[in-house]
Design a protein around this ligand. Structure first.
Ligand SMILES: Cc1cc2nc3c(=O)[nH]c(=O)nc-3n(C[C@H](O)[C@H](O)[C@H](O)COP(=O)(O)OP(=O)(O)OC[C@H]3O[C@@H](n4cnc5c(N)ncnc54)[C@H](O)[C@@H]3O)c2cc1C
Ligand code: SF4
Ligand code: SF4
Ligand code: SF4
Length: 502
C-alpha cells in the first residue's frame, strides 16, 4: 500500500524526501498549487512561509504533484497514451519530424531550429493562446534562468535558447493564472516540468483548466547553478556576470566578451542535480509536442508530436509558413542518436535509482513504462500479503484517525463476510466537510471499486489493469477461491520490480 509517512500534511513528506534529500529541481509546482500559499522558492530552495497545518488538517497536494514523488504517474501517462506508436525509447507519439523556423535570424540565435520560439510567437500572434511560460535570463546574471509570463512576441524572442540550470516555470504558470488572469496558456519546460503540470492535471487542480498546450524539451540534466558557476570561476577565472551565453555541444561552451572556453562534459558532470541521475525521461514523454536538437544537422530540431492537440497546432504553424519540416527517415543518424540518448539515460537512471534506494530508503521516481519486463513476473511473487483493511461501517472520522496511526493513504473496504467491496482513500475522506465526518461512512463516499488480478497472472497484467482502471493498486485473489483476498500490488511494487530487473 502507498505510504505517506508520519503526517496527513504532505509538506512534511515533501520536505524530508524531496527538498532535504536534494531531489528538488525548483520547478515551482508546489508553490503554484499550494492552497494556503505556504510555499515560496527563495535563494534556490523551497521554503515554507508558515505552518500550513494551522490552516488545514489534511492536504496531500504538494507531495503528490511534485514531479519527483511516485504519486499520480499512471494517471499522468494517460494523457498521451492514446497515441498510435509506443516506442521503448521515446514514449507514445503520433509522428516524429525534423523542423526549423523559416526565419533564419531566429535559427542563428537559438541552439537548434528555433522551433519552440517560432511556435510560441505564432501562437501568441494568432491568439491560439493568450500567454506563454518561458525562461529568460536575469540581466545581472546572464547564466541564471528567469521564468517569465510572455504576453507579447518580444517576451518570447528574449527567451530564445536553452538555459542549463533549473527554471521555476511551474511557479510562473501559477503567476500567469493568479497574477495576470490568463486563461489559455502555452507551457514550455524540461520533462520534469511537464510531469509536474500533468500531475496537476491528473489531480484536477483548478489552475490547470487554463493550460492550452505543453511543449517539452529533451533533457540530459540540469546543473546546480551556484555549484557550477563557482567551479567555473575557480577553475577558469570566469565570473558569472561576464558570461554571455552557455551552450552544450560536444563540450560545454562558456561564451564571454573574450571568446569561448570549452569544458569537457565529464569534468562538470558532478554539478548535475541529484534528481537528474534517476530521471528516466529524455524526450519529454508527457508533452503535447517534444522538441530537441537534431545533431548532426546544425540548425534543425527534432519534433515529436504526441497528442492530437499538439498535432493540430504544429501543422497549423507549418501550413501558415512559420515552420519548415523534413522527414526524419531521410536522416537515420539523427533518429539513431536520439534513441540512443534516451535509452542510455533510462538505463543509467534505473541503475542509479537502485543504488539510491539503498542510501535513502525509498525509491526515487521512475517512469513506469518499461512494461515488457513485467511479463516475466508472477504477481504472487511481488504482492504484499500483510493487508490492512477497514470495515465498511467505519465513519470518515474513525478512518482519518486510523490513517494517522497506520500511515497508508488507501485501504480495501471489507464487508461482514470479509470480502472487499471498495477502496477507502485519504483523498476522498479529506474532502468530506468536518461537520459530516462523524455521520458519513467511508463506504458511502468510496468511488473506487476493487480491481482484481489472479495469482496465476503476471505483473504486466496487473500493470495493464491499473492503466485501464486508472488506479495505482490491484487486489490479488486465487481463481479457485475468488472471495479470499490474498494480497495487494501497487504501482510502487511494480517500480521496485523494474529496478530489480534492471
Ligand atoms: C536543461 C536542458 C537540457 C537539454 N538537453 C538536451 C539534450 O541532451 N539533447 C537535446 O537534443 N536537447 C536538449 N535540450 C533541448 C535543446 O537544448 C533545445 O532547447 C531544444 O532543441 C529546442 O530548441 P529550439 O531551437 O526549438 O528552442 P528555442 O527556439 O531556442 O526555444 C527554447 C525555449 O526553451 C525554453 N527554455 C530554455 N531553457 C529552459 C529551462 N532550463 N527550463 C525551461 N524552459 C527553458 C525557453 O523559454 C525557450 O522558449 C535541453 C534543454 C535544456 C533546457
Ligand atoms: S497546504 Fe498542502 S500544498 Fe501547501 S505546504 Fe501544506 S501540505 Fe503542502
Ligand atoms: S514541486 Fe518542484 S519546487 Fe516543489 S519540491 Fe518538487 S521539484 Fe521542488
Ligand atoms: S534530467 Fe530530468 S529531473 Fe533533471 S532537469 Fe531534466 S527532466 Fe528534470
Amino acid at each position: 500500500m502507498e505510504s505517506i509517512s508520519h503526517s496527513l500534511i504532505a509538506y512534511d513528506v515533501l520536505e524530508k524526501r524531496i527538498i532535504n534529500s536534494g531531489f528538488c529541481t525548483l520547478c515551482g509546482a508546489c508553490e503554484a498549487a499550494c492552497p494556503t500559499s505556504a510555499l515560496h522558492i527563495q535563494k534556490e530552495k523551497v521554503e515554507r512561509l508558515h505552518d500550513c497545518s494551522e490552516d488545514i488538517d489534511i492536504c496531500p497536494i504538494c507531495y503528490e504533484i511534485c514531479p519527483h514523488s511516485e504519486a499520480l504517474l499512471l494517471r499522468s501517462l494517460s494523457f498521451v497514451a492514446d497515441a498510435p506508436v509506443k516506442n521503448e525509447a521515446l514514449g507514445y507519439y503520433r509522428k516524429i519530424v525534423l523542423a526549423q523556423a523559416v526565419d533564419q535570424k531566429l535559427r542563428e540565435q537559438s541552439h537548434g531550429g528555433a522551433v519552440v520560439t517560432s511556435l510560441l510567437k505564432y501562437g501568441i500572434e494568432t491568439k491560439f493562446f493568450d500567454s506563454a511560460i518561458v525562461s529568460q535570463t536575469e540581466p545581472e546574471n546572464p547564466a541564471k534562468p528567469k521564468p517569465a509570463v510572455a504576453l507579447v512576441p518580444d517576451d518570447i524572442l528574449s527567451a530564445i535558447g536553452s538555459k542549463f540550470f533549473p527554471s521555476s516555470v511551474a511557479k510562473a504558470y501559477g503567476r500567469a493564472v493568479y497574477g495576470h488572469g490568463k486563461t489559455s496558456i502555452a507551457f514550455v519546460g524540461v520533462p520534469c516540468h511537464v510531469l509536474a503540470l500533468r500531475k496537476m492535471e491528473a489531480w484536477q487542480h483548478k489552475i490547470i483548466d487554463h493550460l492550452k498546450i505543453t511543449i517539452g524539451l529533451f533533457c540530459f540534466g540540469s546543473f546546480s547553478l551556484n555549484s557550477l558557476l563557482d567551479y567555473i570561476e575557480e577553475e577558469y577565472k570566469i565570473k558569472s556576470s561576464d558570461i554571455k551565453r552557455l551552450r552544450v555541444a560536444s563540450k560545454f561552451e562558456v561564451h564571454t566578451g573574450n571568446g569561448v572556453t570549452q569544458i569537457p562534459m565529464r569534468e562538470i558532470e558532478k554539478h548535475i542535480l541529484p534528481s537528474c541521475r534517476t530521471c528516466t525521461d529524455f524526450a519529454s514523454e508527457l508533452a503535447d509536442i517534444s522538441v530537441g536538437s537534431a545533431y548532426p544537422l546544425p540548425d534543425w530540431s527534432t519534433v515529436i508530436i504526441r497528442t492530437k492537440a499538439g498535432e493540430d497546432f504544429f501543422y497549423d504553424a507549418v501550413a501558415n509558413g512559420v515552420i519548415n519540416t523534413w522527414v526524419i527517415e531521410q536522416e537515420p543518424k539523427v533518429y539513431e542518436r536520439i534513441v540512443m540518448a534516451a535509452m542510455q539515460k533510462r538505463k543509467v537512471a534505473l541503475k542509479e535509482a537502485k543504488e539510491m534506494e539503498e542510501v535513502y530508503g525509498y525509491l526515487p521516481v521512475l517512469m513506469l513504462r518499461e512494461t515488457d519486463a513485467l511479463a516475466e513476473i508472477k504477481v504472487e511473487d511481488i504482492m504484499a500479503t500483510n493487508i490492512t483493511t477497514v470495515p465498511k461501517d467505519m465513519t470518515v472520522r474513525q478512518f482519518l484517525d486510523y490513517v494517522a496511526i497506520h500511515h497508508h493513504i488507501s485501504y480495501p473496504i471489507i464487508n461482514e463476510k470479509g470480502e472487499p467491496v471498495g477502496w477507502a482513500t485519504l483523498e476522498e475522506a479529506s474532502s468530506v466537510p468536518k461537520t459530516k465526518r462523524d455521520t458519513t461512512l467511508i463506504s458511502q463516499i468510496s468511488r473506487r471499486k476493487p480491481v482484481v488480478v489472479y495469482t496465476d497472472e503476471t505483473a504486466l497484467d496487473a500493470f495493464k489493469r491499473m492503466s485501464e482502471n486508472e488506479t495505482g493498486r490491484v487486489l490479488i485473489f486465487d481463481r479457485a477461491n475468488p472471495r479470499k483476498l490474498l494480497g495487494i500490488v501497487t504501482k510502487t511494487d511494480l517500480m521496485h520490480t523494474l529496478t530489480k530487473q534492471c
